[in-house]
Design a protein around this ligand. Sequence first.
Ligand SMILES: NC(=O)c1ccc[n+]([C@@H]2O[C@H](COP(=O)([O-])OP(=O)(O)OC[C@H]3O[C@@H](n4cnc5c(N)ncnc54)[C@H](OP(=O)(O)O)[C@@H]3O)[C@@H](O)[C@H]2O)c1
Length: 173
Amino acid sequence: MLVVGASGCVGTAAVQIAVHAGARVTAVCGPRGVDLVRDLGAAEVVDRTAEDVTARRDRYDVVLDVAGASSYRRCRHLLTDDGVYLVTVPSPAILWRTLWTSRRTRGRRGVVAFTGLRSEAQKSEDLRTALRLGVEGALRPVVDTAYPLEEIAAAHRHVEHGHKAGTVVVTFA
Ligand SMILES: NC(=O)c1ccc[n+]([C@@H]2O[C@H](COP(=O)([O-])OP(=O)(O)OC[C@H]3O[C@@H](n4cnc5c(N)ncnc54)[C@H](OP(=O)(O)O)[C@@H]3O)[C@@H](O)[C@H]2O)c1
């Protein structure tokens, strides 16, 4: 599995869950995140400022672009025949492809699968799974910075710059 944007909130969780599920993970992040992501279990870490991973000839069963830094067109050659390309923020091109391929029975098909569209029962099960992985030590929360509620504006500014390691937490007194 290839994870692009591996040092952020979604990326650090994705790397750990994939490793726990038995995947061999190649993680892409900026230079500051390399040690963190390796520590989370990635088998290989690529510094995005030193290498453009889309220029590789390797193939992956899953490409997850958390950063929205790639595109399906640029990653297609990285996928195995049954490979899956995942993005957290669908671009107009992805949404168009989803519509265009929705009735396809062969080849790669676009699917929209927002967490918010899952049933309450499914989301409860997801949370129970996350809790179990946390208790077992397989899923470690990575906290960049904790802000008290009074500093919520600063917390938002921190998140919006797009380069945090893990997540930002807001605490209540
Ligand atoms: N967090 C959530 O619960 C959630 C839920 C649904 C959707 N989303 C969406 O998912 C996306 C990621 O969320 P996040 O909370 O994980 O963000 P984040 O914590 O800010 O992480 C962003 C990651 O992208 C990397 N990055 C930034 N520019 C890049 C580039 N040009 N190439 C490769 N990597 C790059 C950053 O690494 P460097 O610091 O090394 O640059 C960082 O690891 C956002 O668009 C968000 O709206 C988030």
